[in-house]
Design a protein around this ligand. Structure first.
Ligand code: ADP
Ligand code: NI
Length: 214
């Protein structure tokens, strides 16, 4: 196999071009944060193959149905095959791409350590201060209301394939973002999620105080 660094650089260049047209919360900066988080989690957990994790984090949003028309797995197989990546690593990276998200993933599958780590990293980036910014940016991109007090919450909230179709962006916190903490796969993910979760809860308390003018 060719030098790992050289392959990673090639994949980075490809992904940068591919996510260029995605909304900013799903763009290159999101990919960079997920790569950094995933590597950090892996170093704390001391498990999972680093190269596979880095490639899978870089390629996790390729073929995202919200932005892309092409077939993600086929693109990944072509790209990594041409770069000379070993077949078992390609298979793992494709499996992670297919199973990472709520919309595509099934929660009852057996998750490899690499999937567990990249999924935690992607979910962490939907939480906390960055997650709040991404939610309102995506809501604006879709033309959603910031908040619509006429619409009640689902109680208990339900996490399903419909999570991308919340009634307003504030509803999206209850549909999805506040549920992520309990879905963390790794102890390190859970530790990072606790702080981000508490920050979102504080944020919403302040939001509703201001909404009600006191
Ligand atoms: P996944 O990549 O796991 O399928 P999504 O693409 O639904 O997850 O979520 C990715 C980002 O988009 C998250 O930051 C999430 O908060 C945001 N997002 C998704 N749906 C909505 C929505 N209806 N309103 C606001 N933000 C959303
Ligand atoms: Ni993502």
């Amino acid at each position: 196999m060719r030098e790992v660094k050289e392959i990673t650089k090639e994949v980075e260049d490809y992904v940068r071009g591919a996510v260029d047209k995605y909304e900013s919360g799903h763009g290159w900066s999101h990919i960079e944060r997920v790569v950094r988080l995933a590597i950090y989690i892996r170093d704390c957990e001391k498990r999972g193959d680093r190269f596979t994790i880095e490639l899978a984090a870089l390629l996790h949003d390729i073929g995202d149905h919200k932005f892309a028309l092409h077939d993600g797995p086929a693109e990944i197989r072509r790209l990594l095959g041409e770069s000379g990546v070993a077949e078992d690593i390609i298979r793992e990276v494709v499996y992670i791409n297919e199973n990472i998200s709520f919309s595509k993933g099934k929660n009852d599958i057996i998750k490899s350590p690499e999937l567990q780590i990249v999924q935690d990293a992607d979910r962490l980036d939907a939480m906390g201060a960055v997650g709040i910014a991404r939610a309102f940016n995506y809501g604006g991109f879709k033309g959603s209301e910031i908040y619509d007090p006429r619409e009640g919450y689902l109680n208990p909230p339900s996490l399903g394939s419909g999570s991308s179709r919340s009634l307003s962006t504030v509803h999206h916190f209850y549909d999805k973002l506040l549920l992520l903490r309990d879905l963390m796969n790794t102890p390190t993910g859970r530790r990072l999620a606790d702080e981000r979760h508490d920050f979102m809860v504080k944020y919403l308390e302040q939001f509703f105080r201001e909404w009600d003018a006191h």
